[in-house]
Design a binder for this molecule. Structure first.
Ligand SMILES: Cc1cc2nc3c(=O)[nH]c(=O)nc-3n(C[C@H](O)[C@H](O)[C@H](O)COP(=O)(O)OP(=O)(O)OC[C@H]3O[C@@H](n4cnc5c(N)ncnc54)[C@H](O)[C@@H]3O)c2cc1C
Length: 372
């Protein structure tokens, strides 16, 4: 096998987006995947393309990435199911309504369009929500998509530009310009990019924790929900760093199906459905939208988010100058894949980035933790 400029480990949405960006930059790229392309957490994700404002750095990366998705939208194949549905952040009471206004101010400062809805406007926008809600913030340019097909699309474009895919290739060691596989073969590459999601076996000291989530998809009920609906309490539950939590988060799919989430748990690495968590997740959803009670769910699954302590991804070089990271995307890897890919390849090529790349650099965590 010839030497490569870049070997990517992991063909989730992040690895595939990086492969495409690297190929566009003229690099000779190989990508290795032990399972199915886009079959890891990418297949388990909801596909909400959303600007989030937990921190200025999170806002910068999600806004940048969302703008890239919006630019790409006209070229995306139908199977990606990209739709600019908009997010409705729902306020249950006056306290949450205060958050609506503060969120609007933050978004306005960042140039993100949003609009405050009063209870009547919210009911008009989403008639199946329960009455008595305080209002909502509409973020019209957020989108939804089907993540595994988006990953496949990135990789098919990358392969058109010459990227080599090694499927059924489990990487057992990587670093110092060499990638070794479980089948005993190895390849050399100037640079290696680890994009293995929540799997940190290759660098076990990486400070990434698995954060489990459940999702349920219903039968087809077109017209019941029009926007991605998220309770503002979601922000509080996503913030909790230890406790289990559930929040009302529902996505209308192009098929007419409704994708209902979501839960967050640390310390459960199994793929099993936790029925207590699932029940409280669905009870929460029904609390916001009683109509859901009469609908039939057809499938439930789980996935593991790759969580870092500061909720920012790790993008850029490690102490081993051949080894770069694009990991730790928690619940925003679908949204952030295009922006992260640009930052990762900029770092690799020593190019300046459109947004400040410093907040995502792995060097912000202890260097010895990165060095295997
Ligand atoms: C319930 C849930 C809902 C979510 N909803 C959203 C959402 O609405 N919006 C959003 O932006 N994000 C969402 N996310 C997060 C998003 O799904 C992830 O951040 C994203 O999919 C991560 O992509 P990735 O490419 O980093 O990881 P993965 O998709 O896990 O890809 C990593 C790949 O690396 C491969 N791999 C690992 N180790 C090796 C090895 N040793 N050798 C070879 N291959 C290897 C794996 O097989 C896998 O295919 C959600 C996540 C969950 C769990």
């Amino acid at each position: 096998m010839p030497g490569f400029d870049l070997a990517i480990v992991g063909a989730g949405i992040v690895g595939c987006a990086c492969a495409l960006e690297a190929a566009r930059a003229g690099l000779r790229v190989v990508i290795a995947e032990r399972g199915v392309v886009g079959g890891g957490t990418t297949a388990a994700g909801m596909g909400h393309v959303v600007v989030m404002d937990d921190s200025p750095a999170q806002l910068a990366l999600t806004a940048y990435s969302r703008s890239l998705w919006r630019t790409m939208a006209p070229e995306l194949p139908a199977g990606v199911e990209y739709e600019s549905r908009g997010t409705l952040w729902i306020a249950a009471d006056d306290e949450e309504m205060a958050e609506v206004f503060s969120k609007q101010t933050t978004y306005a400062r960042a140039g993100i369009a949003s609009q405050v809805l009063d209870p009547r406007e919210l009911a008009e926008a989403e008639p199946y929500l329960r009455s008595g809600l305080a209002g909502a913030l509409l973020v019209p340019d957020d989108g939804v998509l089907y993540p595994p097909v988006a990953a496949e699309y990135f990789l098919s474009e990358a392969r058109r530009l010459g990227v080599v895919l090694l499927s059924d290739h489990e990487v057992v060691r990587c670093g110092k310009g060499r990638v070794q596989f479980a089948n005993g073969t190895s390849i050399e590459a100037e640079r290696i990019l680890l994009a293995s999601g929540a799997h940190i076996d290759l660098l076990p000291s990486l400070p990434i924790q698995k954060r489990k989530g459940h999702l349920l998809i219903t039968d087809r009920y077109p017209g019941v929900v029009s926007h991605q609906l998220v309770e503002l309490g979601y922000l509080k539950s996503a913030h909790k760093l230890t406790a289990d939590s559930v929040a009302f988060n529902i996505q209308p799919r192009l098929t007419g199906q409704l994708l209902i989430g979501s839960s967050r748990q640390y310390g459960d690495e199994s793929r099993e459905i936790n029925h207590a968590i699932l029940r409280s997740m669905l009870e929460r959803a029904i609390e916001y939208m009683p109509y859901l009670k009469g609908l039939s769910g057809i499938r439930v699954w789980t996935g593991h988010r790759a969580a870092t302590a500061d909720k920012l991804p790790l993008i850029g070089p490690t102490a081993d100058h051949t080894l770069f990271l694009a990991m730790g995307f928690e619940g925003l890897g679908i949204t952030n894949a295009p922006g992260a890919a640009v930052l990762a390849i900029d770092a690799l090529l020593n190019r300046a980035s459109v947004i400040d790349a410093a907040p995502y650099l792995p060097s912000r965590i202890q260097q010895e933790a990165v060095h295997a």
